[in-house]
Each structure stands twice: as C-alpha cells, then as structure tokens.
Design a protein around this ligand. Structure first.
Ligand code: 5AD
Ligand code: SF4
Length: 477
C-alpha cells in the first residue's frame, strides 16, 4: 500500500472528523512547501451568485485557513484559487469562464498554483466537459453536494500532483460543524435548509442543489448561540424557500416556531430570513413577524411575473390577486413592513408586462432584484419556442424599472427627518468619514457617527434620500 492509500484507509470514516484529518494532512504538505519556497502560501476564494454561495464560501475559507493558507486579496498573488460558481443565469456562467481564462497565465508564473472550481455550475455535465476540454489547467472540480470534502480532495490534488474531479449526483447527509470564517463581525448568515423542491419551470436550482432538506432545529440554535457568544447581533436565516422549513424532520417544527427559538437566543438582537415563496407564506409566519420582537419588519417575497397564465407556466402556484392579497395581509399585521421582491421579464410567451406593472404599483415595493429571463438547459421552460423578441424584452424591462424606481424613491423620501434604529456595521465604502449600516427594514444608510458605535444598534436621523440608500446622522453622539 503506498502512503496516500494508507492515509485514505487510516482516515476516520465519519464526518466532519474525516475532513479534520485531511486538514491536518494538507497542512503538513503546505508547511513543507512553505519551507521549500521560503514564503507563506495564500488562497483566494472567488464567490459568484446568491447568499447561499456567500455562506458556502465562508466554509471553504474556514477550511483553507485552518490548513495554513493565508488569505490572498486577489488572484494575482494566490497559490490556491477557488471559484464558487453560480448557474442561475447565463451571464453568471460567462463571468466564471471569462475570469478562468485570465488565470492561465498565472499558472505559468507560479508553479505552485492550483486552480479549483466548485458550486452550482459544476453540477452540470456539459460544464464539466467544457472545463476538461477548454480549461485543462484546472486542477480540482467538485459540486454542491460534496463541498465539505474540500480538504480530502485538495489533499489528493496536492499529494499526487494530479487533477481531481468529483461530482455527486445526489446529496448525502448534512455535514455539521465544519470550520468556517465570517465575512462580517456583527452579522452572520445561517443555513436552515438546503436544496429546493419547487421546480419553477425556468429555474436550474432544484437540479444543481438537490432536494429540499432542513437542518435540525437544535443544530441551528447551537450555531446561533455560538455566533451570539462571539459578538454577532444579527442573523439571517437562509434557505431557497424558508417558509417550508421543517419538512422531513423527525419532529414536526415550522419556520415560525424556529423563528421563536432563535428569538429566545440571548445576545441576538435582529433576525432576518430569506427567501420566502408566496405559496407557502402562512398566517403563523405573519403573526410571528408581528409578535417576535427581534424579527425584522422586512420580507423578501419574489413574485417573478404578474400575469396569471405566465405564473401558471412558471409553476409558481399563486395568482396575481392572490399575491397582492398576501402582501395586504402582511401590511395589515406587521407594522412598517418593507416588502422586497424578485422580478423576471421575458419568460417564454410574455409579450407585455402590464400585470407585472400593476403588481408593482399596488404593492409598492421597497426594493427589487430585476432579471431578464435566461434559458437554462434541462429546465422545462428551455423547451419553449415562443420567445419574445429581445428588443421587446428590453423595452418591457425598462418599463418595469421606470415604474419601480420612483416608488422606491418615494418610500425612502418618507424616511427623511425621522429617526431609525441602525446596526452600525463599519466604515462606508463610499466615504471613509461615514459609517454604514441598515435600518430594521433593510434600507442601507451611510451616516455621520461615532466609530465606537460599530457593532451596536444606534439611533440615526435620516437627512437625505437617494433611490437605493439614505444619508443620516447618529443621534446621542
Ligand atoms: N432567468 C432569469 N432569472 C432567473 N432567476 C431564477 N432562474 C432564472 C432564469 N432562468 C431569478 C428569479 C429568482 C432569483 C434568485 O433569480 O427571479 O427569484
Ligand atoms: Fe428556483 Fe423556484 Fe426554487 Fe426559487 S423556489 S430556487 S426560483 S425553483
């Protein structure tokens, strides 16, 4: 048995102990390389896509730092580069291919450099084929279901100096307690579930992230308590469809009940969650938002399109009037609720956006992510041939923005002169003399304030309004 084979058989079978073992093994190899090269080795994690991926990247970074890599600021001075990819729209994939192309010359300059790709894009067979044929300098590829195996796969890549491709078709057990870092000191994201069972007809997510499965409430609460003990004030509970949390767990627990448990954790001051699917938004959740003091008055509730026929073709399971009624109920019971959404334009068969515009006007959203439909191979919508003309789609998209943006501006204007509670997150990227934070309703604000306030919830008076953010001044300075 050669050394590597011995190591694989000697390694613990259970997770995460097995990966901890491989972290040790990688760290031995890295120390050797450090003494050979006389410099510290650095790793760069590039993240594409949604908050789920951002959270996954915190785990990747956690494992890499534990192995002994230092963090690289960018690709240029890294010895290990990993891109955590997204495939929800074509332009997300093109960005990855574009950046990957730029890495080729780095390999020539730095013989140590290993390049890895992981995440949603890699769950598609045609992507893996493209990587093998067009980007042969990629050393390591894995998918969404074996992200936790980074240490074991990287060990094999470093030890044997060979490229490693491992993609699982199906998800396994949820692996808890992986090393992780946090992108922010005072706020953190917590996965409460993985995957999606909704199969909206345009969406690739259910195919690349697998079936919906929830983490046990006790594991979630243990993580939130540990975060609170480490100074975190605000947690965001993450899932593709948090409203159906709890399905398949041995003991019945609803999302509203989970919110109640998180609300009881001492030290946590704000609770956010995303994303909510309108079809599963229960009265119980609306009442939890009303009654639980730490749950923020903000809900991200994607409606995608306004026309009932389009909604049916999208497999969304609600109607325009049903969606509007739901938002009215939210406004009735949850004081000051801010509703944000996702809107898609140009789905097959969508030639006008009149109903979409009607929803925007009647609901009055505080914010929205707007997308042009992107055909995703393997989804039911990809088979449709009744695509609207791209020029029409662009015009419809502009009509949506022209309706949306003035409403967002009006909603923000109403805040000028009033005082709000803001979690001061740090110095503003715009202007280092200002701090930045968010109101409870998730509006971004840049404000004059005392730097000692960073990490605390402070009163800030709004002085000026832009469409997508506010300016203000801290009170009680
Ligand atoms: N094309 C464009 N936008 C998409 N989304 C999901 N799939 C697609 C697609 N094929 C959008 C939806 C979803 C958000 C996360 O991404 O609006 O809510
Ligand atoms: Fe995609 Fe629909 Fe699942 Fe959201 S709910 S991830 S849009 S399939």
């Amino acid at each position: 048995m050669n050394e590597a084979n011995f190591i694989y058989s000697e390694a613990p079978q259970r997770e995460p102990q097995r990966q901890e073992y491989f972290i040790e093994k990688c760290s031995e190899i890295l120390s050797l390389k450090t003494s050979e090269t006389g410099r510290e080795l650095k790793a760069y994690v590039g993240t594409y896509g949604c908050q789920m991926n951002a959270r996954d990247s915190e785990k990747l970074k956690g494992m890499l730092l534990k192995m002994g890599y230092a963090e690289a600021e960018n690709e240029d001075n890294a010895d290990f580069i990993i891109y955590n990819t997204c495939c929800v729209r074509e332009n997300a994939e093109n960005k990855v291919y574009g950046n990957l192309g730029l890495l080729k010359h780095l390999k020539k300059e730095n013989k140590q450099l290993k390049i890895a790709l992981c995440g949603c894009m890699m769950q598609q067979k045609h992507v893996v084929e493209t990587i093998k044929t067009k980007y042969p300098y990629v050393d390591l590829v894995f998918g969404t279901h074996n992200l936790y195996k980074l240490p074991e796969l990287l060990y094999s890549c470093l030890k044997d100096e060979k490229s490693v491709f491992e993609i699982f078709e199906e998800h396994g057990e949820i692996v808890e307690n992986l090393p992780s870092v946090r992108n922010f000191k005072f706020k953190a994201s917590v996965n409460i579930m993985f995957g999606c069972d909704n199969f909206c007809s345009y969406c690739i997510v259910p195919y690349v992230r697998g079936r919906e499965r929830s983490r046990k409430p006790e594991d979630i609460i243990a993580e939130v308590k540990a975060l609170a003990a480490d100074g975190v004030k605000e947690v965001t509970l993450l899932g593709q469809n948090v409203n159906s949390y709890g399905k398949g767990l041995p003991e019945k627990v609803t999302f509203a009940e989970l919110l109640g448990m998180v609300n009881d954790v001492e030290g946590i001051e704000r609770i956010r969650f995303m994303t909510s699917h309108p079809k599963d938004l229960s009265d119980e959740l609306i009442f939890a938002m009303r009654d639980l003091d730490k749950v923020c008055c903000h809900i991200h509730l994607p409606f995608q399109a306004g026309n009932d026929k389009i909604l049916k073709d999208m497999n969304r399971h609600y109607t325009k009037e049903g969606y509007i009624a739901l938002t009215e109920k939210l406004k009735k019971y949850v004081p000051y609720v801010a509703i944000t959404t996702d809107i898609m334009v140009g789905f097959p068969g969508e030639y006008d956006v009149d109903d979409t515009i009607d929803i925007i006007k009647r609901v009055r959203f505080s914010g929205a992510f707007t997308f042009i439909y992107s055909k995703r191979e393997g989804t039911p919508a990809a088979k449709r041939e009744d695509m609207p003309d791209p020029k029409l789609v662009k015009a419809n998209f502009n009509r949506v923005l022209e309706t949306l943006n003035p409403i967002i501006y009006e909603i923000n204007t109403e805040k000028v002169g009033k005082t709000y509670k803001v979690l001061a997150e740090g110095l503003s990227g715009h202007d280092k003399n200002l701090m930045t934070g968010r109101l409870e309703d998730n509006t971004l604000i840049h404000f004059k304030g005392n730097k000692n306030a960073i990490g605390n919830i402070v009163n800030v008076k709004v002085t000026e309004c832009k469409t997508f953010y506010l300016y203000g001044e801290q009170e009680d300075l």
